[in-house]
Design a protein around this ligand. Structure first.
Ligand SMILES: [Fe+2]
Length: 294
């Protein structure tokens, strides 16, 4: 079975669905699941956006698509419905840029269910930290947030629960952060979480996938685990570090999606040219789905 993994989305939820539809069509495969590694940008209202989401949102209209999904116009809803006729809904774990109180309230309202839909069209389902869910026949552990003192720090209870799980009892580990030492930032500081390194060493899943650092990184091997990090799904138009525009047309980034075959264990980054067809400040998903599946 095929699982597509998607890097940090930061609100561009239509780009995810469009890319998944084209992935099936252009590769001639069927996706059995789509898993997003956090920073979906799941905020309950514009007032709840954190400072950086607000700042990026000003120049990146597509980052407002998550809020549009919560109260969709008829044409927006039609695009999402057409996509969901072709692809599975998306499971996601918490990143450090989400409305964590709101997501927790959805789980509470569902009597503590591990997986809850977050939008009226049920396109996206949040998985609470520390759960192991069977997805496309694979046992997938989910641990969101990042190792950082403060409110986005890894949840102690969730970490303990997964550290208590038997080694080898999980096929795939999905996190937002990555293992310690996976890369360095612009100042040369080591990136990644020591706690996640210990969890990977203990659980020894076949595959680990994370995001957060907004660059593709892997494969890296930790015992019998192969680990990958995904790029940001839609990079910003420009950054303060680069004089040249990076992504003015808001195209999906090569290396932001990975495809995992649960039978063979093969994982590959998607870098196909058609990814760039999934683009725009105002993506017409109905149009993209119709054109892509014609
Ligand atoms: Fe992010």
């Amino acid at each position: 079975m095929n699982i597509a993994f998607v890097g940090d989305v930061h609100g561009c939820v239509l780009h995810v669905l469009g890319a998944a539809v084209l992935l099936q069509e252009r590769r001639g495969i069927r996706l059995d699941a789509v898993i997003q590694v956090g920073d979906l940008g799941a905020y309950s209202s514009a007032e709840r956006l954190d400072e950086s989401s607000r700042r990026f949102g000003r120049d990146h209209p597509a980052q407002g698509d998550f809020l549009r999904l919560l109260d969709p116009s008829p044409s927006f809803a039609e695009g999402v419905r057409l996509a969901l006729e072709r692809i599975p809904s998306v499971l996601f774990v918490s990143g450090n840029h989400e409305d964590h109180d709101w997501l927790a309230s959805l789980h509470e309202a569902a009597a503590g269910a591990a997986v809850v839909p977050v939008d009226p069209l049920a396109a996206y389902h949040h998985v609470a930290c520390g759960n192991v869910v069977t997805v496309a026949g694979a046992r997938v552990a989910f641990l969101g947030l990042i190792e950082s003192a403060g409110e986005v720090d890894l949840d102690d209870g969730a970490c303990t629960r997964l550290m208590d799980a038997r080694s080898g009892s999980v096929d795939v580990l999905v996190t937002h952060d990555g293992p310690h030492g996976m890369s360095r930032d612009r100042r040369g500081s080591v990136q990644g979480s020591p706690k996640l390194s210990r969890l990977i060493e203990h659980l020894q899943p076949r595959l680990h996938v994370g995001g957060h650092y907004h660059h593709a990184n892997g494969p890296r091997r930790y015992g019998r685990t192969t680990s990958y990090a995904l790029d940001q799904l839609v990079r910003p138009k420009a950054t303060r570090w680069d004089p040249e525009p990076i992504n003015p047309e808001q195209r999906v980034t090569a290396g932001s999606i990975g495809l995992f075959d649960t039978e063979t264990g093969d994982f590959a980054y998607i870098r196909d040219e058609w990814l760039a067809e999934v683009k725009g400040d105002a993506l017409d998903l109905a149009d993209l789905v119709a054109a892509g599946t014609r």
